[in-house]
Write a protein that binds this ligand. Structure first.
Ligand SMILES: Nc1nc2c(ncn2[C@@H]2O[C@H](COP(=O)(O)OP(=O)(O)OP(=O)(O)O)[C@@H](O)[C@H]2O)c(=O)[nH]1
Ligand SMILES: [Zn+2]
Length: 308
């Protein structure tokens, strides 16, 4: 039987048989290895699998279909293992909050780099617009403009005021979407605002740290009544790029890649080479400095990893 993984707790999986709409509790039989990297979880929510039923409706997953794409993070422990967050994604929504909590640009840019690297369509949602002053709204618009110019879609939303939630529904209708963002950015609240019947657990952000409390502890797919689904994931602290070569990284920064064609050396890495068009563009303010800094950091990490 063919199935779709809709929930993963680490020890067992929930599998949906799309043809009948029936859900099963399933375990894994055998070894699953689609990629070289060591993983903490062989299967992830969004995976398409084959399974068979035994007595008492216990399902055994026997095979996994190749993934269209996936997002991955470093494992929480210090090993070199990685963890697949979700797979077979149509649109990955990044929930950006200017405040409560303040989202870092480095985190957003790393998310975008992962989307580029793993062929996932990103959408940046500017959430909690209801708490922003006029001045902050202008600042938000400037950030949006910056990302729009690079080629990324953005949308201003608020689960509290309902701003643009209908537009968001139209945009993600009939697609498999995933919501990312810092803990406390309002992912679960957004899912509930779009479909109150789902009633996902949310929590107040801590008064002391103005940070979230990591309420969601495992990944789960929820189905929208307007069509499509969303994968709710535990707050991700860090995205990972697995097995990337230094030379590849500029491909994942569209504006750096395009500008880089004008560099003197065709193999320019845009670090300190003479007549580097990227360095010039950063100086002129045509390429945003925060993005360039993240580019350099990811390059450094790739070097450290390959040296290990
Ligand atoms: N002002 C405002 N607050 C919001 C909005 N959406 C959510 N919040 C608040 O933000 C806090 C965190 O919301 P959650 O939905 O639990 O955040 P989360 O991103 O799911 O957090 P984790 O499960 O920890 O990853 C709660 O106190 C919400 O009430 C919004 O649109 N505007
Ligand atoms: Zn260059």
């Amino acid at each position: 039987m063919k199935g779709l993984i809709t929930k993963s707790t680490g020890s067992w999986y929930q599998v949906l048989e799309p043809e009948t709409g029936r859900f099963f509790e399933a375990r894994i039989r055998g070894k699953f290895k689609l990629i070289k990297t060591r993983l903490t979880n062989p299967l992830a929510v969004g995976d398409l699998v084959e399974f068979s039923l035994e007595i008492d409706d216990v399902a055994w997953i026997t095979k996994i279909e190749p993934r269209k794409n996936y997002l991955i993070r470093k494992s929480v422990n210090l090993s070199k293992e990685a963890h697949i967050i979700a797979s077979n994604i149509d649109v990955a929504c990044f929930i950006f909050t200017l405040k409560y909590p303040e989202t870092s640009f480095g985190f957003l840019d790393r998310f975008l780099v992962c989307c580029e690297a793993y062929n996932i369509e990103p959408l940046i949602l500017f959430n909690k617009m209801d708490v922003l002053s006029e001045e902050e709204k202008e600042y938000c618009a400037a950030i949006e403009n910056l990302y729009n110019q690079i080629g990324y879609d953005t949308m201003e939303i608020s689960s509290y005021s309902g701003l643009n939630l209908e537009l968001l529904k139209e945009t993600i209708k009939d697609k498999v979407s995933v919501f990312f963002g810092h803990s406390g950015s309002g992912k679960s609240t957004l899912v509930n605002a779009m479909q109150p019947e789902l009633n996902i657990k949310t929590s107040e952000i801590s008064e002391v740290h103005l940070k979230g409390k990591h309420t969601t502890t495992f990944a789960q797919m929820h189905f929208w009544d307007f069509g499509g689904s969303v994968i709710d994931t535990p707050g991700v602290r860090e995205f990972a790029m697995i097995d990337v070569q230094k030379e590849e990284i500029q491909h994942y920064f569209p504006e750096i890649f395009t500008t880089g064609r004008k560099c003197k050396f065709h193999n320019c890495m845009h670090i300190n080479e003479p007549k580097c068009a990227v360095l010039e563009a950063v100086e002129e303010g045509e390429i945003e400095e925060t993005r360039y800094i993240t580019y350099l950091k990811i390059m450094e990490e790739a070097e450290e990893n390959s040296a290990q």
